[in-house]
Design a protein around this ligand. Structure first.
Ligand SMILES: [Ca+2]
Ligand SMILES: [Ca+2]
Ligand SMILES: [Ca+2]
Length: 283
């Protein structure tokens, strides 16, 4: 009987560890206490305690706010014009795994916001996240900076690059040899007269983007639609490609998706008698 408490305590520890690792992604759908976020909620230091250890502020002194799919002010979206063809209020493209909430600035789509700075309580070696809807010639730069504010590494995200576009979640990721990242700075680098909002989501404060593992793609027909569902490594990116013929298939990119648990689904209208689909992990 004496060994029982020990056994239970090790099981309990394993459960806690599993929970802590999973909890490190900030998806802006809920706060650390589990309460759902609301549109317009100001985000500053709610995630400053472990396991996150981060706080958020724009360089002009303003704080970011939660924005929701469908949100608008005076006929303009609160974060971005989403698909089709940038006509909808904060609507992500399908299969982007961004839920219904993300971090934005407090204005409607308007002049570019000041750079957003994420400050760490304790420095980290890795971090990753997504910026939604990089289109219309827009571009962003994400910098990983040390305690003195020097840029250690940076990622440029530009309209026209892979994994950018209308409502698409574009990834950035850092993995440095040592825990030197004291802040992350997200800067709009497009034209100063662009009408944009920030839409930042699925922030992993201390982990780089996962490497895509094995993927399973399933297709089924429903009336005039093909429903594709993909099971892969959560938060890893997969390119969905299509071809018209099994003989010498000429694969063309259809879209990219961000895998989520348990699966991502996409609906496609049937355009031809035969169509092949495949999913390719993007590293
Ligand atoms: Ca989200
Ligand atoms: Ca945009
Ligand atoms: Ca758009």
């Amino acid at each position: 009987m004496k060994t029982m408490p020990k056994l239970w305590s090790s099981i309990f520890n394993i459960l806690l560890l599993a929970r802590a690792v999973e909890a490190q992604k900030i998806d802006f759908e809920t706060l650390p206490n589990g309460n759902p976020t609301t549109g317009g909620l100001v985000i500053s230091n709610q995630f400053s305690a472990p396991p996150y250890g981060v706080s958020f502020r724009f360089e002009d002194g303003k704080f970011p706010v939660i924005r929701k799919v469908g949100g608008s002010i005076n006929g303009r979206p609160t974060a971005f014009w989403g698909p089709p063809n940038s006509t909808t209020f904060n609507q992500p493209a399908t299969g982007q795994n961004v839920g219904t909430s993300f971090l934005s600035d407090s204005d409607a789509v308007d002049e570019p916001p000041a750079p957003l700075v994420v400050t760490y309580a304790q420095p980290v070696a890795a971090a990753s996240g997504f910026i939604i809807d990089i289109d219309s010639d827009e571009s962003w730069r994400v910098e990983a900076r040390d305690a003195a504010g020097h840029v250690l590494a940076q990622v440029e995200l530009k309209d026209g690059d892979h994994q950018t576009g209308d409502g698409i979640a574009s990834p950035w990721s850092f993995a440095l040899p040592a825990a030197d990242i004291q802040s992350i700075r997200i800067v709009f680098t497009g034209r100063p007269d662009d009408l944009v909002g920030l839409a930042f989501d699925n922030f992993s404060p201390a982990e780089s983007l996962p490497t895509p593992g094995p993927v399973h793609l399933n297709a089924k027909r429903e009336a005039d639609n093909i429903i594709l569902s993909l099971v892969g490594t959560p938060l890893a990116i997969y390119r969905i490609e299509q071809a018209n013929s099994a003989n010498n298939p000429d694969w063309v990119e259809l879209t990219s998706v961000v895998a989520s648990s348990p699966s991502v689904t996409l609906t496609n209208t049937i355009m031809a008698e035969q169509r092949l689909f495949r999913a390719v992990g993007v590293e």
